[in-house]
Design a protein around this ligand. Structure first.
Ligand SMILES: Cc1ncc(COP(=O)(O)O)c(C=O)c1O
Length: 433
């Protein structure tokens, strides 16, 4: 089908609330490795991976082959019947996950994984209240939108009671107008203040992303998570670590983002990169915590742990182990980071560069002194990179953060190609600021 027909049908039959990137939305046709092609045959270097999801590249032969083989056997079973792929994946994840996290509950999306985590935390603690962070993103159910800390993503007023938001560790725009390290990570103490002043004093959970994804790759100082996890425990709560974006080696060196800070979560959620684009998510916890839900009632997930998605996930993890390990991500991620920092020296539009591994954010500002966000410049950078054959992502409360997150199979050559395109795009756009 040609581009115009796709765009016309999109407009006629799909809700206008679909968020589509680019002035002229991009109708993709196929992909291979780090590249995707639109229906007109234009090729793009994919540095957003379908929102940090295509973790081992498009049309990865191993993933495709294993999914096809599973389709030929059985596509769907539901969580009512144990399946070989599901138990093998759970076993593999128990091996990769930090601490005592060895028990999985599979669902179909990050939203469901976070929902499941909160349900479990309430059951395990007997408490009801939950602390989330400002600028967080948890998904699109009513609870997930309530946990989210960005107004644009909280459609409908978000009415779940008992969710409170603490200050986030946003060093570039410190909510306390302090600077690290002299601040003593004062923002972490706000979690305690919020518990003491706005809850009953006993919480079910504190939920946070190791690096806030949709929030604009906001990366906390190293001490942060130890302090907040201790506070959560002190007030009877569990620490829910949302690894939907940061999981599966994305941040380099480790399989999961939280491991950078040596903190063991009580519950961990994952989705996106887990199966290279097949719908799958998981909520992991310890055997003791998992046990507490059994006395509370019944729970199923019709699509959870689908045999095809779990086959794809097992293959995805194998490919990561062979050619896109956390060490590889750390190495190419360091190249990407130093290249972006060089661009920051050249272009005043770049206020901040942050993140870890292949999860790098560039905060774009109209003025480095005032840090005035420049979302319009980001839109221009989107068009300029697209014109040069590269896809990037966007985030941040003010829509002024470029999110760069290629498949983990990215090589040094891909990084060099991306940096060259970004260099030219920034040179173009900077002229107007
Ligand atoms: C950290 C985080 N948690 C949860 C979600 C929700 O995941 P999904 O869109 O698969 O429901 C997202 C999605 O972007 C996310 O980034």
């Amino acid at each position: 089908m040609d581009k115009q027909s796709i765009l016309e049908k999109q407009k006629k039959y799909l809700w206008p609330s679909y968020l589509l990137y680019y002035t002229e939305p991009l109708a993709l046709d196929h992909g291979e490795g780090l590249y995707v092609w639109d229906v007109e045959g234009h090729r793009y270097l994919d540095f957003f991976g379908g929102i940090l999801t295509t973790s081992v590249g498009h049309k990865n032969p191993k993933v495709t082959e294993r999914a096809k083989a599973q389709i030929d056997k059985i596509i769907h079973t539901s969580t009512l019947y144990p399946h070989e792929n599901v138990v093998n994946l759970a076993e593999k994840l128990a091996e990769l996950a930090p601490g005592d996290l060895s028990m999985s509950f599979f669902t179909g999306s990050g939203t469901e994984a976070d929902e499941t985590a909160v349900m479990l935390a309430k059951a395990a603690t007997g408490n009801q209240e939950v602390i989330a962070l400002r600028h967080a993103y948890s998904g699109r159910s009513t609870l997930a939108m309530t946990l989210t800390g960005i107004s644009a993503w909280r459609i409908g007023g978000t009415q779940i009671p008992g969710v409170k938001h603490a200050l986030n560790p946003y060093c570039y725009r410190c909510p306390l107008r302090m600077s690290y390290p002299s601040c003593g990570v004062a923002c972490a103490e706000d979690v305690e203040e919020v518990i003491k002043t706005t809850t009953s004093g006993r919480i079910a959970a504190f939920i946070a992303e190791p690096i806030q994804g949709v929030g604009g790759f906001i990366t906390p100082p190293p001490e942060y998570f130890k302090i907040v996890a201790d506070i959560a425990h002190h007030y009877g709560g569990l620490f829910i670590d949302d690894e939907v974006q940061t999981g599966f080696g994305r941040t380099g060196t480790y399989w999961f983002g939280i491991e950078h800070w040596g903190v063991e979560p009580d519950i961990m959620t994952m989705a996106k990169g887990i199966a290279n684009g097949f719908p799958l998510s998981n909520t992991m916890t310890t055997p003791e915590i998992a046990e507490t839900l059994t006395t509370q009632g019944l729970t199923i997930s019709t699509f959870g742990g689908n045999p095809v998605s779990t086959a794809a996930s097992l293959a995805t993890i194998e490919v990561m182990e062979e050619e896109a390990s956390p060490e590889h991500v750390a190495q190419v991620g360091a190249l990407l980071r130093s290249g972006l920092e060089k661009l920051q020296e050249k272009y005043p539009l770049i206020g901040d560069v942050r993140g870890k591994g292949l999860m790098q954010g560039v905060e774009v500002v109209a003025n480095r002194e005032s840090k005035e966000p420049a979302p319009k410049a980001v839109n221009e950078l989107f068009e300029a990179t697209k014109a040069r054959g590269m896809l990037i992502g966007k985030g941040g409360m003010y829509g002024n953060v470029i999110r760069i997150a290629p498949p983990l199979t990215a090589t040094e050559d891909h990084i060099a190609e991306a940096l060259d395109i970004l260099d030219h795009a920034f040179a173009d756009v900077q002229k107007r600021y």
